[in-house]
Design a protein around this ligand. Structure first.
Ligand SMILES: *Cc1c(COP(=O)(O)O)cnc(C)c1O
Length: 963
């Protein structure tokens, strides 16, 4: 045998083998067990021939980790990092390094999933509760949720919540103050258009009193920096039964009177400047706070306090039955993935700085602004407002262009207004910056004696904030904000919380429909490069050449992977992609004069976001039945299509289906819809079963969203961030989302605006870009095939213990499988929830529970898991089955057995033991567990108790120490 060539020794496909967890040897074994000769064989058996790709994707060959980073660095360096004074809801900030490294760059935090299994998510639940507490404290409101996607969509959610709760008020008009951030106004206008509301944009101080409306939005301080007396505005509104939403700047709230104390009904805003990089638009967490009375109408997730079976305080998501998953077309909102990781960061920023630290930061920013205002006035410049926190609007008139030009020459970006220049100062601004800036205004070397001005301000207090607007109540007095101010304490606090959670750095999280695959370190490294992190989304576009190149390449790669012609990167979650896609469909029909087409067909098995999105564009949802095999019932579909032919707008269909099957009838389904003039929305959440094998754009889809946080490796962050770009066929391309501040090429404003930022959460796009580069066409296809192989391997080995609910015609599942727990429950009383909790004793996170069918578990292993991890999971499930049988036979009492008592905590093991099984069995139910036990820190948590006694703020510290 000859020696390998240099090319072979270089091993260009190395990353592919790192990403795909199943080795070549194991792949052969697994295939043999499934009775297949090769992967092709399995795929031919599983994926309908009619939709399989004839040619491989036209993508470059796989690139090594090192070369990928080098190429990306080259792209990144084409971005120019100017200092930003643009403001408009995005501010430069100092991410505390202890948070940067131990949270943002730590897989223990970023690879976790939404805390649906609270017993193994107490760490991030506590972090989110901190965030909620911080928000309620600063806004002066009673309740807050655990984050929204961005400030603009939070404002839009506030509008629809106002409509829901202002029942007495029959108006259809929403009032927006003219000095609200322009991107917020644009997103509201789009939402309003599709709900059928009218939006009036005018001065709230003067016009609100004369306008009939159901709700109003004001910005505090305003977009151009003014601090208005919002109490007066709110009082006027309340006298007319109008609800007021205040969009507030979070740092200003440290000093300013809380909007809640001034009467606000809802308070929203961005938590970005609490330590989260601007990232050219995101991801960041928005906050959403409201009166207690509106809690049943609120969107998003709320974390609440409850108790576990030992009576210990424990956290979990509150009022879950009211989430969109259950309410479907009656949903309040379509938001699913939110911004957990970024909310955690902002909450930790407050924990680390504490009330004193935050106050110092806010006062310093305000002082810097005061100093600059004095300096400007001394140079004869006129300011638009008499009051400010951190933002000045300078009436530069005919000097405007010169000022902006000189600032640019000093690598500083300012806000460009009509005859005026806006400046927002922030945590990073220094006196040296002010020196440069003042010269940009005067056009000469201007020497200001800052010390003298400072002395003047020390004597008089804040120049910009009228004393009547200063808050005098205590903020963040809870222990958690006052204990961890040394780095050692903070580091240990973060480590303590992290250890309570199970993330991908511990074990497989086989959550069906969620694709919890590897988020490779190499893909994550660029996210915290300043070349991607420090750009303001509205910076002059020529400074963002690197980003534009990245977008262009990523769009092209995603088109290739999906078979679509164009991509819009604006939607920052799958839900937002659905919304954007349905708007494109609606606009397309309207462009052809088909204004009446408003029926959206949705199979019964669809994800809850589908009907929720449809109702947000005022489509009528018509549910299509599924047959006993789990497929879309083609006869029912035919009947519904004919019945609604005239008004058919679209079908939303997930492929492969949420039942985990490649339906043979998909092409026929698409044809039928098209024959009747409808459009096909293919929910792309299951793209991990398609990439390289089949493409929705080829088999009949007109538009799809891609959850980049599922198939394309953006980590789930414990429930966000995500990205939900949409791919469309060319006829829908003229209807993609635009942006009012930063022009998105090829789009028009009448298309509408989906997100606050033009390219959504731009700074996490390098992750997906890198993944595709690293894998190449061959690697991506192999990933899909392996995902299907692993799911079928699991299905085969679980089937003797739990029936697999649905399979395709040849008996195969797609990339996930549903197992039915109902027969077992019938026979033994053991429920899917008992199984989910018992899995925790094995160190596993439960698969998806009761979606899309109640009483089932949906299992999606992904390609990244090794055979030994799959085998461990099979062992766990087989052991659980045996335990359930023992319960069924009466060997264990129904109310005292390893299943109903799960999960087992250290407190159980150390306490009195009167159970019919050993401590060993409770703790080490299988040998593999001994290699690294992950202890659940809460016993089973009582959801009903928590919802009856709704507490969504931090309990006092003693509760943590109890027990
Ligand atoms: C995850 C998912 C969605 C929603 O996506 P988000 O990014 O969470 O908003 C929609 N449909 C299906 C089938 C999904 O699995």
């Amino acid at each position: 045998m000859s020696n390998p060539s240099l090319h072979e020794l270089e091993h260009h496909g190395e990353f592919i083998e790192r990403h795909i967890g199943v080795s070549e040897v194991h792949q052969k074994q697994m295939l043999a067990e499934l009775g297949c000769d090769s992967l092709e064989d399995l795929i031919a058996d599983t994926v309908p021939a009619g939709i399989r790709r004839q040619q491989s994707m036209d993508l470059p060959e796989a690139v090594s980790e090192r070369d990928t980073l080098a190429y990306l660095k080259d792209i990144a360096q084409r971005n120019q990092i100017f200092q930003s004074f643009i403001g408009m809801g995005y501010h430069d900030t100092l991410t505390p390094n202890v948070i940067l490294r131990n949270v943002l760059e730590n897989p223990g935090w970023y690879t976790a999933y939404t805390p649906y299994q609270p017993e193994i998510a107490q760490g991030r639940l506590e972090g989110l509760l901190n965030f909620q507490q911080m928000v309620t404290d600063l806004t002066g409101m009673e309740l807050a949720n655990a984050s929204m996607l961005d400030e603009a969509t939070a404002a839009a959610e506030a509008m629809s919540m106002s409509k829901r709760v202002a029942r007495k008020n029959k108006s259809n008009v929403y009032f927006v103050d003219a000095d609200v951030h322009p991107q917020t106004i644009a997103v509201i206008q789009t939402r309003a258009e599709h709900f059928g509301f009218e939006v009036i944009v005018a001065s709230a101080a003067t016009e609100l009193a004369n306008t009939d409306c159901f709700g109003a939005l004001v910005q505090y301080p305003t977009s151009t920096g003014n601090i208005e007396d919002i109490k007066q505005i709110i009082d006027v509104a309340h006298s007319k039964d109008v609800l007021v939403t205040v969009a507030a700047d979070i740092l200003s709230l440290v000093l300013l009177k809380a909007p809640g104390d001034l009467g606000a009904d809802i308070v929203i805003g961005s938590a970005q400047r609490f330590g989260v990089p601007m990232g050219f638009g995101g991801p960041h967490a928005a906050f959403f706070a409201f009166r207690d009375a509106y809690k049943r109408a609120s969107a998003g997730r709320i974390i609440g306090v409850s108790v576990d079976t030992r009576g210990k305080k424990a956290f979990r998501m509150a009022m879950q039955t009211r989430e969109q998953h259950i309410r479907r077309e009656k949903a309040n909102s379509n938001i699913c993935t939110s911004q957990v990781l970024l909310a955690l960061m902002a909450g930790f920023y407050a924990v680390y700085h504490g009330p004193k630290g935050l106050k110092r930061i806010a006062q310093r920013v305000n002082r810097i602004t005061d100093l600059f205002a004095l300096a400007l006035e001394s140079q004869g410049f006129e300011l638009r407002h008499k009051n400010w926190f951190d933002t000045l609007t300078v009436e530069t008139k005919e000097k405007t262009t010169d000022v902006i030009q000189r600032a640019l020459e000093a690598e500083m970006n300012v806000r460009v207004l009509d005859g005026a220049v806006g400046l927002s100062f922030h945590e990073k601004t220094t006196l040296a910056d002010l020196d440069v800036l003042i010269s940009a205004f005067t056009g000469e070397d201007t020497d200001i004696d800052w010390t003298e001005l400072d002395a003047q301000l020390m004597a008089q207090g804040s120049l910009g904030i009228q004393s009547s607007m200063l808050r005098d109540d205590e903020i963040l007095s809870h222990d958690v904000f006052n204990l961890y101010h040394s780095e050692t304490e903070m580091l240990r606090y973060l480590a303590r919380l992290e250890k309570r959670d199970i993330a991908l750095n511990h074990s497989m999280i086989a959550l069906g429909s969620c694709t919890m695959k590897l988020n490779a370190t190499v893909e994550m490294i660029p996210v915290t490069w300043p070349e991607f992190g420090a750009l303001h989304p509205f910076a002059p576009i020529e400074q963002a050449e690197g980003y534009l190149k990245l977008f262009e390449e990523l769009e092209k790669m995603l088109c290739e992977a999906t078979g679509y012609d164009n991509v819009s990167l604006q939607p920052n979650a799958g839900s937002q992609g659905e919304y954007a896609g349905l708007i494109a469909i609606k606009k397309y029909h309207e462009s052809r004069g088909d204004h009446h087409r408003d029926v959206c067909l949705i199979p019964a098995s669809a994800h809850g976001t589908n009907p929720a999105s449809a109702q947000m564009v005022s489509m009528r949802v018509v549910v299509v039945a599924c047959d006993e095999k789990g497929n879309v019932d083609m006869a029912d579909l035919q009947a519904k299509v004919e019945q609604h032919s005239e008004n058919l707008a679209a079908i939303m269909v997930t492929y492969p289906s949420t039942h985990g099957v490649f339906e043979e009838s998909i092409t026929e389904l698409c044809d039928l819809i098209h024959e009747h003039g409808g459009q096909v929305y293919v929910d792309g959440a299951n793209m991990n079963a398609l990439v390289g094998v089949a493409a929705p754009g080829h088999f009949g889809g007109d538009v799809s969203h891609l959850n980049l946080h599922k198939t394309f490796c953006i980590p789930h962050g414990g429930g966000g961030p995500g990205m939900g770009p949409i791919g469309v066929k060319s006829h829908l391309a003229p209807f993609l989302a635009a942006h009012p501040v930063q022009q998105v090429e090829g789009t028009a404003m009448e298309n509408g605006v989906i997100s606050a930022a033009p390219w959504g959460s731009a700074s996490i796009l390098p992750i997906s870009w890198a993944y595709i580069k690293l894998m190449g066409a061959e690697g991506l296809k192999a990933a899909t095939e392996t995902a299907i192989l692993s799911a079928n391997y699991l299905a085969k080995h679980l089937a003797p213990h739990f029936p697999v609910l649905y399979t395709g015609t040849s008996g195969r599942v797609a990339h996930e499988c549903l197992i039915d727990i109902r027969p077992l429950k019938e026979a033994t009383g053991v429920s899917e929830e008992d199984i989910a909790k018992r899995l925790m004793d094995f160190g596993f996170h439960s698969p998806t529970m009761s979606f899309p069918v109640a009483g089932t578990l949906m299992i999606e292993p992904t390609e990244s898991e090794s055979k030994s991890e799959l085998d461990n999971f099979i062992t766990a499930m087989a052991t659980i089955r045996a335990e359930a049988d023992a319960v069924g036979r009466g060997e264990y009492p129904a109310d005292n057995n390893p299943l109903c008592n799960a999960p087992h905590t250290q407190a159980d093991i150390l306490g009195d033991w009167d159970r019919p099984y050993s401590r060993e069995k409770a703790t080490y139910p299988a040998d593999f567990v001994k290699a690294g036990k992950a202890w659940p820190t809460a016993n089973r948590i009582d959801n009903v108790f928590g919802d009856r006694n709704l507490i969504c703020s931090c309990p006092p510290l003693e509760h943590y120490l109890e027990d």
